[in-house]
Design a protein around this ligand. Structure first.
Ligand code: ZN
Ligand code: ZN
Length: 346
């Protein structure tokens, strides 16, 4: 089969690899029908994730068809159409028993990281019973690819950790796919204000279409002043950080209201300074997290019902054997006006 293979910082290729096989009774092999590229894949290619070694097939999102299952898999059979979770989980260890699948003792985020991933014609999925979801009949499978990672990430780590409530003022710093996923799913809770902050006017225009009540371009360095002006000087009840750099975390620290929540979603590579001299008296809760994907079954229902429409996040379409080109486009997201790219077999 062919696959997108990482060969050290800055190096990737589309090349022949052996087709994966069932290695353990709990494995399934899935034929990839659709996949996509994540911002995390770009981090890997920059060399920011040293655990990813030369020769690794990238990708942790996708929809496919079960090709083969091990003797211990009871929920799925050959021919089933499945959504692949970006998090692999055994369902049995201490972390899994708490619903914290991201910290599974024999899983977590391993696809396209510690084991070969989904940007290939086939992928091996360990602990298939707990790490795959059956695709409901007639559902838009392109939209479902958004449920492998970005929708549960924006929802769990942004909206749920941030405790968004009806009537809240919510600000999201970063209008990339995950920030927009938080924007879409925050609306389950009817917040009064949904303020999107980004440097890119195109992304702000998309945010406006997807339900942002206010958009703030932070290019002039005055995001904090603008948000304070929009909130009568009070700040926001929930500040969701969806970028992962010190400047955007600082904006969140400066706009979170007394009693508010700061939910960090961004992947940070550098230390940030905590403004405890200001926040100690502010009754603020700061949360961090990696997605557990235990909300995926719920999100799946909202997509089937049409309440959530993640197809809106897809801007580009490629064939699997054009994955190299898809990376070029996704890596130049601002210029190409790219959010999520869908990559389909044949
Ligand atoms: Zn991802
Ligand atoms: Zn586990």
């Amino acid at each position: 089969m062919n696959a997108l293979v990482y060969h050290g910082p800055g190096k990737r290729s589309w090349e022949a690899k052996p087709k994966p096989i069932v290695q353990k009774p709990t494995d399934a092999v899935v034929r990839i029908e659709k996949t996509t590229i994540c911002g995390t894949d770009l981090h890997i290619l920059k060399g920011d994730v040293p655990a990813v070694t030369d020769g690794r097939i990238l990708g942790h999102e996708g929809v496919g068809v079960v090709e083969e299952v091990g003797a211990g898999v009871s929920n799925f059979k050959k021919g089933d159409r499945v959504l692949i979770s970006c998090i692999t989980s055994c369902g049995k260890c201490d972390a899994c028993k708490k619903g914290m699948y991201s910290h599974c003792a024999d899983g977590g985020w391993i696809l396209g990281h510690l084991i070969d991933g989904t940007q290939a014609e086939y992928v091996r999925i360990p602990h298939a019973d707990n790490s795959l979801h059956l695709v409901p009949e007639g559902v838009d499978e392109d939209a479902l690819v958004m449920l492998s990672d970005i929708l549960p990430t924006g929802f769990e780590v942004g909206v749920l950790n941030g405790k968004v409530k009806p009537g809240d003022r919510v600000a999201i710093v970063g209008g990339g796919p995950v920030g927009l996923a938080a924007l879409l799913t925050a609306q389950f809770y009817s917040p009064a204000e949904l303020i999107m902050i980004d440097l890119d006017d195109n992304r702000l225009a998309v945010a406006k279409k997807l339900g942002a009540t206010q958009c703030v371009n932070s290019g002039d360095g005055k995001a904090v002043e603008k948000v304070m002006a929009l909130t009568g000087g009070k700040g926001v009840d929930v500040a969701i950080e969806a970028v992962g750099i010190p400047a955007t975390f600082d904006v969140c620290q400066d706009i979170v209201a007394a009693g508010g929540h700061l939910a960090n979603v961004g992947v940070h590579g550098k230390p940030v300074s905590l403004k405890l001299e200001k926040l100690w008296i502010h009754n603020v809760t700061i949360t961090t997290g990696l997605v557990d994907t235990n909300t995926t079954p719920m999100l799946l229902k909202t997509v089937v019902a049409g309440r959530l429409q993640p197809r809106q996040l897809i801007t580009h379409d490629f064939r699997l054997d054009d994955l190299m080109k898809a990376y070029d486009t996704f890596a130049n997201a601002a210029k190409e006006k790219a959010l999520k790219v869908i990559i389909r077999r044949g």
